[in-house]
Design a protein around this ligand. Structure first.
Ligand SMILES: [Zn+2]
Length: 334
């Protein structure tokens, strides 16, 4: 087995003809059997799919130490800037747009918590709109460069921040929930922290999307091994409703995530190309030497240039049929 060239190039292969196996109780439906679907290069746990609700998870469940090993400091970038210039500017413009969308219905000066705030792109966009912003993050290294208007809590689990009950108007988990080892506990804690009628917003890759099903083991948003859970949108809604939320809307279009996901996932189906090579090429740190040949770099750039317009059209289409590659579920505390 060759060593992956970066933390994004870990290979995923389909497990053919597997039969159901006994697993820990599913956090959504409590079922204890699942079907192995994908094997991940370099680690023992495989991605299995719950026989009842379709939730993807690891079996066996990785230990906390193993999970920490999935995140070297280079994962977060080094100076609060993760991508190259133009992409970074786009990320900020898109975050401002997302914050505007997520601010609908919030009172002036509302208290907003971003769980897994990373380098604080969303916190800054919310602070710009006049909200009182709080962020939690596992890694201090991840929060370099966070806007000084934000109150930060560095904590391994949300519950360990010991935030006061019923103290937030909105809690956001923006492409974070799939990284957390205890989804059920996290939803319970979010419910406790929200004011009555408070809003919870969770954005995750959609395991039941067309992009996931068509590109299979090549799907960019599997992000192995850092995504511990893969949610079909129905399973995410069920998990939230089980814990006292009412899901009020579901959004399937993301310009930031979905078109790029199409291009990279299709490239990942080409066996001779390094997994997530295009992503690595656009990524500033963690792969200083950019280990691709000239023809590969040329191919990636052409795929980006010509693939993105088609991918935008595909992303609009899949959003219309409610099959977006990523999904944002908005729910209210009952
Ligand atoms: Zn299940």
């Amino acid at each position: 087995m060759t060593k992956p060239t970066s933390l994004y190039s870990i290979r995923v292969t389909s497990v053919e003809g597997a039969s159901p196996e006994a697993v820990d109780a599913c956090p959504v439906c409590t079922r204890t059997t699942a079907i192995p679907l994908y094997a991940i290069e370099g680690i023992e746990p495989r991605i299995v799919v719950c026989e009842e609700c379709g939730l993807g998870s690891f079996a066996p469940v990785p230990s906390p130490d193993e999970i920490r090993g999935f995140y070297p400091d280079s994962y977060y970038g080094s100076t609060g800037r993760k991508f190259e210039g133009l992409v970074e500017t786009l990320v900020r413009v898109v975050a401002a747009r997302q914050a505007r969308f997520l601010s609908r219905g919030l009172p002036a000066g509302a208290r907003v918590l971003d769980v897994g705030c990373g380098r604080g792109v969303m916190l800054r966009a919310f602070a710009d709109r006049g909200f009182e912003v709080h962020g939690t993050e596992v890694s201090e290294a991840a929060t370099l460069g966070v806007d000084p208007r934000a109150t930060l809590h560095i904590t391994p689990r949300l519950a360990d921040a010991h935030l006061p009950e019923a103290s937030f108007d909105q809690i956001v988990l923006w492409h974070v929930f799939e990284h957390l080892p205890d989804p059920q506990e996290t939803i319970k804690e979010i419910h406790r922290l929200l004011k009555p009628g408070g809003k919870c917003v969770i954005a995750v890759p959609n395991f039941s999307s067309l992009q996931s099903r068509v590109t299979g083991a090549g799907w960019f948003h599997l992000d192995p091994p850092r995504h511990l859970y893969h949610f079909p949108v129905t399973a995410l809604r069920r998990l939230m409703e089980n814990q006292g939320f009412k899901c009020t809307s579901e959004h399937h279009f993301s310009l930031r995530q979905n078109p790029f996901g199409w291009v990279q996932s299709v490239l990942n189906r080409v066996p001779s190309l390094p997994r997530n090579g295009l992503y690595v090429l656009l990524h500033r740190s963690g792969s200083v030497e950019k280990p691709f040949s000239r023809p590969q770099r040329w191919l990636f750039r052409m795929a980006f240039l010509f693939g993105m317009p088609i991918a935008v059209v595909m992303s609009v289409f899949t959003a219309l049929i409610r099959q977006g590659a990523t999904v944002t579920v908005v729910a209210r505390k009952r």
